[in-house]
Design a protein around this ligand. Structure first.
Ligand SMILES: Nc1ncnc2c1ncn2[C@@H]1O[C@H](COP(=O)(O)OP(=O)(O)O)[C@@H](O)[C@H]1O
Ligand SMILES: Cc1ncc(COP(=O)(O)O)c(N)n1
Length: 264
């Protein structure tokens, strides 16, 4: 069984963050491990509180995981502040973690801030260089490239702009902008570079809480299982589409995905 680690925040309503990642990993037949960075008091309508874990305790959790059950892949989600980012980066380097997927979580679907403003630079300089893949949504990609993204062409330009200072692969998720849900992948690895579009039909379901978390966790599981980047992303996108199409409708806001869709 492949072992996959999620480094992320807890979502009390179970739709995003650590909880979405564990559900995704189990559905992929992976063994799920977690390093919790923050607790959020959150539900489908908003984020109502954040309690940070001390950076030393984040390190303590990482030591326990890496010295005992070495993960085949690592997914990083909500990291919240510069001190936590610094702790994570130091430990991932120390243990030479592999197959790192970084979802640069900044703002929740419901609008709550999930990364402090002064941490964006740390995310860029400390965590991004360690990642094999980053998975920004449109607003996050805009923040990383410095210009507005309004079209498919802009998504390609943004990926190339980010690639000017980042050596790994970049998946820009189109969920926020278009009639369609097309995602753009710029692969950069030892073999060279390649551009791949993943066309997606927009599913008419407003319950999209946790789509980004789920996608990045699923990619990590697929990489852990040995899939090449293109295949890992394609399979993960199919998983998110299936979990959205199952039409679970929980809560009063943007509800969570149905991770049990393959069981029925
Ligand atoms: N309504 C939808 N129908 C189909 N796919 C969607 C829909 N909304 C988002 N997606 C897909 O879900 C994944 C997460 O995208 P997105 O919602 O943009 O990220 P985030 O949750 O980080 O904001 C992407 O693969 C995107 O194309
Ligand atoms: C703990 C945590 N991590 C990540 C997200 C982002 O997920 P989404 O963009 O789907 O709301 C979230 N809402 N909460």
């Amino acid at each position: 069984m492949k072992k996959v680690l999620s480094i992320a925040g807890s979502d009390s309503s179970g739709g995003a963050g650590i909880q979405a990642d564990i559900k995704t990993m189990i559905a992929h037949g992976s063994y799920a491990m977690t390093v919790i960075t923050v607790l959020t008091a959150q539900n489908t309508t908003g984020v109502y509180g954040i309690s940070e874990v001390a950076p030393e305790f984040v390190e303590n959790q990482l030591d326990c995981v890496f010295t005992d059950i070495f993960p085949d892949a690592v997914k990083i989600g909500m990291v919240y502040n510069a001190a936590i980012i610094h702790s994570i980066a130091g430990k991932l380097k120390q243990y030479q973690a592999r197959n790192i997927v970084l979802d640069p979580v900044m703002v929740a679907t419901s609008g709550g801030r999930l990364l402090s403003d002064d941490s964006i630079e740390s995310l860029k300089t400390e965590l991004m260089p360690l990642a094999d893949l980053i998975t920004p949504n449109i607003p996050e990609a805009e923040c990383l490239c410095g210009f507005g993204i309004h079209s498919r062409l802009d998504m390609v330009r943004a990926a190339k702009e980010i690639a000017a200072t980042y050596a790994g692969s970049i998946l820009i998720k189109g969920g926020h902008l278009f009639e369609s849900a097309d995602d753009f992948l710029l692969i950069q690895d030892r073999k060279g570079s390649e551009e791949v579009w993943f066309p997606g039909t927009k599913i008419d379901n407003p319950n999209t809480h946790g789509t980004g978390c789920t996608l990045s966790a699923a990619i990590a599981c697929n990489l852990a299982a040995g899939a090449e980047m293109k295949v890992a992303v394609k399979k993960a996108k199919d998983y998110v589409s299936g979990a959205l199409a199952a039409n679970l409708d929980l809560g009063q806001g943007s509800g969570p995905l149905d991770h049990g869709f393959q069981l029925t």
